[in-house]
Design a protein around this ligand. Structure first.
Ligand code: TRP
Length: 338
C-alpha cells in the first residue's frame, strides 16, 4: 500500500473552476458539506485556474473570479489553517506532473471523454490541445496529493475513472507511487435542480437567470425567483416524482431549515404554494445573507487574504513536490544536485 502522506488522516482533493457564478446548488451540494469533511480528512481545495484557460477567458475577470472563489471557501467556514486552499497556478507541480502523465495516457482514452466532445461542440472555433488533455491535468491534481477521496458530481465521474486508470498503469510499471482515489459520494438530497426546469440540475451556466439562485443574489432577488419557481397544478406540498418542482423546493427547504421531508410535508399540509415558496425563500436567504456578509467582510481584508494565499501555496507545494520528486526519480529524470 502507498504510505499515507499525512499521518493518520485520509486526504481529500477538490478542484473548482472560478468561471460562472456559483449557485445555491454548488453551495448546498459541495461547499457547505466540505466544512464537515474537513474534520475527517486532510483537505485540499484548489481553484483550478489552469483548467479555466482551456476556454478563452478575460484575464482581469479570471483573476477577480479566482480570488472571489478562494475567499468564498473561507467565508463558507473552511479554516485556511486547517485546510489547504490555494490556486493551481501557484503550484508548478500540477503542470509538471500533468506533462509526465500525458505520456502515460492514450489518445483513445481522451477521445472517449464526453466532456471533451461536448466542449468541442460548444467551442468549435477553439478546440485546443489543452481542452483535449484537460482530464490529465485533473489526474495530476488528484494524484499529487495522494488523495483517497474526491467529491465529484456525475459529470466528472468519467474523469475520475480515467485518473484511476492512469494511476494504476503508472503503479503497475513503477511500484506503488500513487494512491488510487475513490469518488466521495455525498448523501442524497443535496442535488439541487433548476427552478425553471426541475428535470435539469441547477447550473451556473444556465441562460435563464431565474433558473438558478446565485450565491450573491440579494434577498429580494431570492424571494422573487422562488415566487416564480415552476411547480404544478396538484396544489399539495408532497414529496414525490410526479411533482418534481415541489420536490426540489422541499429538498431546498429541508436542507436550509434543517427539517426532515416529513416535517416539511406536515408543516405545509393544506397550505398553498404561495405560502410554501415564501418560506423556502426565507430559509435560503437566512443561509445566503450571512454568507454574503462574511464574504464582503473578508474581501475587504486584503492583507489577510494575501497571507493565506501565500501560506497555502507553500503548504500545497510542499506536499505536491514530495509526490512529484518521487515520480521524477522513478521515471529516470536526473538527480538534482544540492
Ligand atoms: N474538472 C472539474 C470540474 O470542472 C474541476 C477539477 C479540476 C477537479 N481538477 C479537479 C475536480 C480535481 C476534482 C478533482 O468540475
Amino acid at each position: 500500500m502507498v504510505k499515507r502522506m499525512i499521518d493518520g488522516k485520509k486526504s481529500l482533493f477538490s478542484g473548482m473552476q472560478a468561471t460562472g457564478n456559483l449557485t445555491l446548488g454548488n453551495y448546498l451540494g459541495a461547499l457547505r458539506n466540505f466544512v464537515k469533511l474537513s474534520d475527517e480528512y486532510e483537505c485540499f481545495f484548489c481553484v483550478v485556474d489552469e483548467h479555466s484557460i482551456t476556454v478563452r477567458q478575460d484575464p482581469a475577470e479570471l483573476r477577480k473570479r479566482a480570488r472571489n472563489l478562494l475567499t468564498l471557501y473561507i467565508a463558507a467556514g473552511l479554516d485556511p489553517k486547517k485546510n489547504t486552499i490555494y490556486y493551481q497556478s501557484h503550484v508548478s507541480a500540477h503542470a509538471e506532473l500533468a506533462w509526465i502523465l500525458n505520456c502515460f495516457t492514450y489518445m483513445g482514452e481522451l477521445q472517449r471523454m464526453t466532456q471533451f466532445k461536448d466542449k468541442s461542440a460548444k467551442h468549435a472555433d477553439n478546440i485546443n490541445a489543452g481542452l483535449f488533455t484537460y482530464p490529465v491535468l485533473m489526474a495530476a491534481d488528484i494524484l499529487l496529493f495522494q488523495a483517497d477521496v474526491v467529491p465529484v458530481g456525475s459529470d466528472q465521474m468519467q474523469h475520475l475513472e480515467l485518473t484511476r486508470d492512469i494511476a494504476g498503469r503508472f503503479n503497475s510499471i513503477y511500484g506503488d507511487v500513487f494512491t488510487i482515489p475513490e469518488p466521495y459520494l455525498g448523501k442524497a438530497g443535496a442535488r439541487i435542480m433548476s427552478l425553471q426546469d426541475p428535470s435539469k440540475k441547477m447550473s451556473k451556466s444556465d441562460e435563464n437567470p431565474n433558473a438558478s439562485i446565485y450565491l450573491m443574489d440579494d434577498k429580494d432577488t431570492i424571494m422573487r425567483k422562488f415566487k416564480r419557481a415552476v411547480t404544478d397544478s396538484m396544489a399539495q406540498v408532497k414529496y414525490n416524482d410526479e411533482q418534481p418542482g415541489v420536490k426540489n423546493l422541499i429538498d431546498i427547504y429541508s436542507v436550509c431549515s434543517n427539517k426532515s421531508v416529513a416535517e416539511v410535508e406536515a408543516e405545509f399540509d393544506g397550505k398553498g404554494y404561495g405560502e410554501f415558496k415564501e418560506a423556502v425563500g426565507e430559509s435560503v436567504a437566512s443561509i445566503l445573507v450571512p454568507l454574503q456578509s462574511e464574504f464582503n467582510r473578508l474581501s475587504s481584508e486584503k492583507a489577510f487574504i494575501d497571507e493565506i494565499i501565500k501560506e497555502n501555496a507553500e503548504k500545497a507545494s510542499y506536499y505536491a513536490n514530495k509526490t512529484l520528486r518521487k515520480v521524477q526519480k522513478k521515471i529516470g529524470y536526473p538527480e538534482r544536485i544540492r
